[in-house]
Design a binder for this molecule. Structure first.
Ligand code: AQP
Length: 329
């Protein structure tokens, strides 16, 4: 049976359409056919140094959102990364199998360093090593991620190969599972939808907030007036229709956009109607879960217990290979 590991940073108290379409929708589907470990990666989120209260709130909110979209704690281990100390221990070990030159090539590091010039810390630089530790600790065979993480997965495979070269085979080389939406654009229509860029629509946001955000979203920049013909193929709102509207409606909208029969405001209103038809039941489930916080913390504790059993077994093997920790005389 395949083993899946994937994670999400609790950098906000829920995830956005990009996270959902790019990764989490696949997480839900894999529960049917694989052994799944889903991790709220709060150690990764420390790279932006959030206040303690905010981080705890976000961990809780992320768990709520994951349960609300269909992560089933009966089938998957849903847990918080920092509750399993082996992640940090294995990260240090894998640091010793990672070349600086490889880390220097990582485009996400370059982007994030540029985004936040005042806080270019070592954690941000070695982020892909911790990510590799997250994956191999559970001997995951497959990792469903968006396009932005594919380079990190290539590096993870390289780190695994280097470990194997020196100490013998131990881990599967993790394979990427690409989604049908590998790179969802943000409301600016240009950059990746991202929590830290604040260009997102949250999956559990209320309909009024979503409408307000859609109103400000960039469409075809050449379509300045209502009667200007538009180009659906360059419009991010039209691409979002691809996930939430039926094929007949999409064809009608594309035609209406090209002939200026449908304006951007109407196009956004129709997206809003179709999008909130999907997100409202999720938001309602999230609200119900928020009303029973102890249930959510219990799920995370049970996930920790299950994940810990696997993590401890892997670390015992790793220590044995390296000649560290308890063991032989
Ligand atoms: N815009 C996106 N399109 C498709 N997939 C995406 N993912 C993120 N943004 C998009 C995928 O979502 C999963 C969880 O992401 P993450 O929270 O671990 O970190 P990230 O990739 O850095 O996501 P953000 O929103 O950009 O977070 P911040 O701004 O906090 O760093 C991953 O599988 C990712 O590929």
């Amino acid at each position: 049976m395949d083993r899946i590991l994937s994670g999400i940073q609790p950098t906000t108290d829920g995830f956005h359409l990009g996270n959902w379409l790019g990764a989490i929708r696949n997480w839900v589907g894999f529960q049917e056919k694989a052994e799944c470990y889903y991790c709220i990666v709060d150690l990764h989120a420390l790279t932006v140094r959030p206040p303690a209260k905010v981080l705890r709130r976000n961990v809780f909110g992320m768990a709520v959102s994951l349960l609300a979209v269909g992560i089933d704690p009966e089938r998957s281990a849903l847990f918080v990364q920092s509750r399993i100390p082996e992640h940090a221990e294995l990260c240090w070990i894998l640091d010793c199998f990672t070349q600086l030159g490889d880390l220097n090539r990582m485009t996400q590091f370059k982007d994030k360093a540029q985004q936040n010039e005042k806080n270019v810390n070592a954690g941000l630089f070695t982020y892909p090593v911790l990510q590799t530790a997250d994956i191999v600790l559970y001997k995951a065979t497959h990792v469903p991620v968006g396009e932005d993480q594919e380079q990190h997965l290539e590096l993870a495979r390289e780190i695994v190969r280097r470990f194997h070269h020196h100490y013998g085979d131990l881990f599967p080389e993790p394979k990427v599972i690409r989604s049908e939406a590998p790179r969802v654009l943000g409301l600016d229509g240009k950059t990746k939808m991202s929590k830290s860029r604040d260009n997102f629509i949250g999956v559990t946001e209320d309909p009024d907030t979503i409408l307000r955000k859609l109103r400000s979203a960039v469409t075809d920049p050449r379509r300045l007036r209502r009667k200007d013909p538009g180009r659906p193929e360059v419009c991010n709102i039209y691409s979002l229709h691809g996930f939430f509207s039926g094929s007949e409606e999409r064809a009608e909208i594309a035609e209406g956009c090209r002939t200026a029969g449908i304006g951007c405001v109407d196009c956004k209103k129709r997206l809003h109607a179709n999008l909130t038809t999907v997100t409202e039941p999720i938001r309602e489930r999230a609200e119900a879960l928020k009303a029973c916080p102890s249930r959510v913390w219990d799920v995370l504790e049970e996930g920790r217990r299950r994940a810990s059993t696997t993590a401890r077994a892997t670390m015992a093997e790793v220590r044995e290979r390296l000649g560290i920790g308890e063991g032989g005389s």
